[in-house]
Design a protein around this ligand. Structure first.
Ligand code: ADP
Ligand code: ZN
Length: 761
């Protein structure tokens, strides 16, 4: 037993000499396993991958632990006994146990924390199952020599029960035998049947399967065929291989995935498809269901009964195709043959709470462990994936043009330095964009307008003293939401009443400036009174199903102009959209984050890709104050390659990913000085460790900071951050592993470790 463990339990633990022992991990930041004895009455129930209750920590409170090993060799010291086994079936396959162990190592957190995050709450609670009592017939041999006689009705019920051949609910038996419940219960009291307690599924997949429709099969075009043949070759050779499918928007990437999925399914294996939550639209789901009647869909709006039911169905090997967002990477498929990650560049694949994993990277590791192929697809691959494809780690497949020889839409830039003002007032819509909208409407086309900022006014300030309304708890400006009549913090949700006089100088009335989607909607409705306008952002899409409703109305042509945040930029395939407008391409460009340009390029390319997907063609107009910015100018030319080479140059110069690996540590506390002090201590300790452990293959770990985080105050905490950089991920891990467990933050201060961070704020 380890020293820490001794501390936790004291020395007076009872000894168990023979029998079964288990190792448990707990949902605590302590990354180690603890040994326990298994009392005789539980030996039949324990298994790796189940949860048990065991005494743990101060006061030896019964605590849930995950069983990660079962064995007969007794630990070297006396151990306590577990108290209860919580699960009927193991929640985790051996494969998922290995994967989560790797995650704990890589993302520098505890295995128990990973397990707890990976298994949906619904599954842990056994949601979707209900306790019930079933009736089971006794075998002839179990009956007494002269059993009581039965009435005719009871005879009928008994023969029904025997014919069914498995335990059945009393209600169902009564129905199938055409008798009352009383008759059925008599079978028990007369000793012909017995009651068995069990749990049954409340949710069934049948409903979904019925929804599906048949979908046409396309002949693959030459590019698709070439991509597919490379994948097919690798699939028949077997083994792990990572493909990067780089295909422009509308190039038919999905069709290539489907071909690969078909092959895997026909071999009796399961395929896992990860898509960003935002693209998990009814349309996408329908696309897959059209091909495979049985598609298990996992997303965040599932009711817990369905979530639990789906999980168990997948675990039982019943779902051949599994489609889901980030956390679906942990779907308990036992016969996995292929993993697909669509829109691999999307930042929503990264989880921003512990464990801070990236589903793409976890999926690749899962495929590697299962020795199967994985396909990453994108029109704008992340620089990391592109880099790996360039150096041969991934195999690059290209779909350089749209299907059916459809051209990519023509993209025009509107320079807002010249076009933004008219009649002394700033307009969200420039005259050029306004003309284009009228033209599109006149010819019966539909329009998508992107403004990646919600609310009405985004900047509320006093012209006399310069005071800006910010959140009480965050260094973040408040946004005015007109519909709800509040000033709102988009970070922590703090809200207050709109103010008219400056709270600072009380001299003048404050100005409400800056453009959000609510204001854009008002301006559009004023300019185009005859048209139907719908807004899609997280404010207007709060009700479940509203997303689906709006998109369906848009599909049917009942909505002419769809405007919204990035929610509308991705994945939508509406052939009648002939115009896409970007209201302000510069949002996001000034964020202090080395990925800002990459994100701008991706967002503009994605939203431009919504135009001209049908035979009528289409165009895109982008309003910007910085038309020369490479991320904007090159997105307008659909020139990914040049953008990547420009951006790669910057990254190389500044030693950022993909050339260096990053780990970011955020220290936070309500007391500014204490948090700062601990950040200093942490930096000193890390720096001290570098000479011994921070070198690998010629690369040295650099420790940058501590510094105040760009958003210094967030949700009432003061935040400092540190960055560790190295070309070697191993060196980074060595330094951190040797340092972090020795440093305990003082009470009131905490820190998080973010490996391969995506956000730098
Ligand atoms: P991407 O994901 O690359 O943007 P999609 O997979 O959504 O593109 O395909 C765009 C459209 O083209 C879809 O409506 C799809 O049904 C259609 N499509 C795909 N492959 C073909 C093909 N070989 N021939 C004709 N249409 C195709
Ligand atoms: Zn706030």
């Amino acid at each position: 037993m380890k020293a820490e463990q001794r501390e936790l339990f004291g020395e007076s633990s009872p000894v168990s000499e023979a029998g079964l022992f288990v190792d448990l991990v707990f949902d605590r930041p302590l990354d180690q396993a603890y040994s326990y004895a298994v009392p005789d009455e539980l030996t039949g129930q324990v298994a790796v991958g189940k949860r048990v209750l065991a005494p743990f920590g101060k006061g030896e409170r019964a605590t849930v632990g995950y069983c990660i090993r079962v064995g007969t060799s007794p630990p070297s010291r006396a151990v306590k006994a577990i108290r209860q086994v919580l699960d009927e079936d193991a929640l985790l396959t051996p494969e998922l146990l290995r994967l989560t162990r790797w995650m704990a190592d890589y993302y520098l957190c505890a295995w128990g924390q990973v397990l707890n995050a990976v298994i949906p709450g619904a599954v842990r609670r056994q949601a979707g199952k209900r306790a019930t009592v079933l009736l089971e017939p006794l075998a002839e041999t179990e009956l007494p020599p002269s059993p009581p006689t039965l009435t005719v009705k009871q005879e009928v019920a008994l023969s029904s029960l025997r014919r069914i051949g498995r335990p059945v609910e009393a209600r169902k038996l009564a129905r199938s035998a055409g008798c009352g419940l009383g008759v059925v219960h008599e079978l028990v009291s007369k000793g012909y049947a017995r009651r068995v307690r069990t749990r049954v599924e409340r949710w069934s997949a049948d409903r979904d399967v019925l929804e599906s429709s048949d979908q046409e099969h396309f002949e693959l075009n030459a590019d698709q065929l070439q991509a597919w043949q490379s994948i097919e070759q690798s699939m028949s050779a077997g083994g792990f291989q990572c493909f990067l499918l780089h295909g422009v928007t509308g190039s038919g990437k999905t069709e290539v995935y489907l071909r690969a999925i078909e092959t895997v399914v026909s071999q009796g294996k399961q395929a896992l498809v990860l898509v960003p939550e935002i693209s998990l639209t009814p349309q996408t789901i329908q696309y897959f269901r059209g091909r495979y009647r049985d598609v298990a869909v996992l997303h965040s709006h599932l009711g817990s009964a369905e979530r639990g039911g789906q999980w168990r169905r997948i675990a039982a090997g019943q779902a051949p195709v599994i489609v889901g967002a980030r956390s679906a990477v942990f779907a308990p498929a036992t016969r996995l043959g292929l993993v697909v990650i669509d829109e691999e560049h999307e930042s929503s694949f990264k989880q921003e709470t512990t464990p801070r994993y990236h589903a793409r990277d976890v999926a690749i590791m899962r495929a590697r462990m299962a020795n199967i192929p994985v396909i990453l697809g994108s029109a704008t691959p992340s620089l990391e994936s592109w880099h790996h494809a360039q150096n041969g780690m991934y195999q690059l497949l290209s779909l350089p043009s749209r299907v059916m020889d459809r051209p990519l839409p023509q993209v025009g830039l509107i320079d807002m330095r010249h076009e933004g003002m008219s009649r002394g007032r700033f307009h969200a819509i420039s005259p050029s964009l306004e003309r284009a909208i009228r033209e599109a409407l006149r010819s019966g086309g539909q329009i998508i307008l992107l403004l990646n900022r919600r609310g009405f006014s985004t900047h509320i300030h006093c012209p006399a003293c310069g005071h800006v309304s910010t959140c009480r708890f965050c260094d973040i400006a408040l946004t005015y939401h007109r519909t709800r009549q509040v000033l709102l913090c988009h970070s922590c949700g703090y809200e207050k009443d709109p103010e008219s006089r400056c709270p600072n100088c009380d001299k003048t009335s404050v100005l409400y400036q800056g453009l959000g989607t609510e204001k854009l909607q008002a301006e559009i409705e004023e300019k185009f009174p005859q048209t139907v306008v719908r807004r899609m952002d997280s404010d207007s899409m709060k009700k479940p199903g509203s997303h689906r409703q709006v998109l369906e109305a848009f599909r049917q042509g009942l909505v002419h102009i769809l405007l919204g945040t990035q929610m509308i930029a991705k994945g939508l395939d509406f052939p009648n959209v002939t115009l896409v407008g970007v209201i302000n391409a510069d949002i996001g460009a000034h964020i202090p984050d080395f990925r800002a340009a990459e994100r701008t390029f991706q967002l503009l390319s994605q939203v431009a890709g919504r135009a001209g997907r049908g035979p009528r063609g289409g165009k895109v107009l982008i309003q910007t104050f910085n038309p020369e910015q490479p991320s904007i100018a090159l997105a307008a030319k659909h020139d990914y390659q040049t953008f990547v080479s420009v951006e790669t140059g910057h990254r190389k110069l500044h030693q950022y990913p993909p050339f260096q690996r990053l780990v970011r540590i955020i220290v936070r506390g309500r007391d500014r000085a204490m948090a700062g002090l601990f950040a200093d201590k942490l930096a000193a300790a890390l720096n001290k460790m570098v000479p011994a452990l921070g070198r690998s293959a010629g690369s040295v770990v650099r420790v940058l900071g501590p510094a105040e985080a760009p958003v210094f105050r967030l949700k009432g905490y003061f935040r400092f951050h540190l960055q560790l950089q190295s070309a070697s991920s191993a060196a980074l891990h060595q330094v951190l592993r040797a340092t972090l467990p020795r440093l305990k933050p003082p009470s009131g201060v905490e820190y998080t470790v973010d490996v391969d961070p995506l956000t730098m704020l």
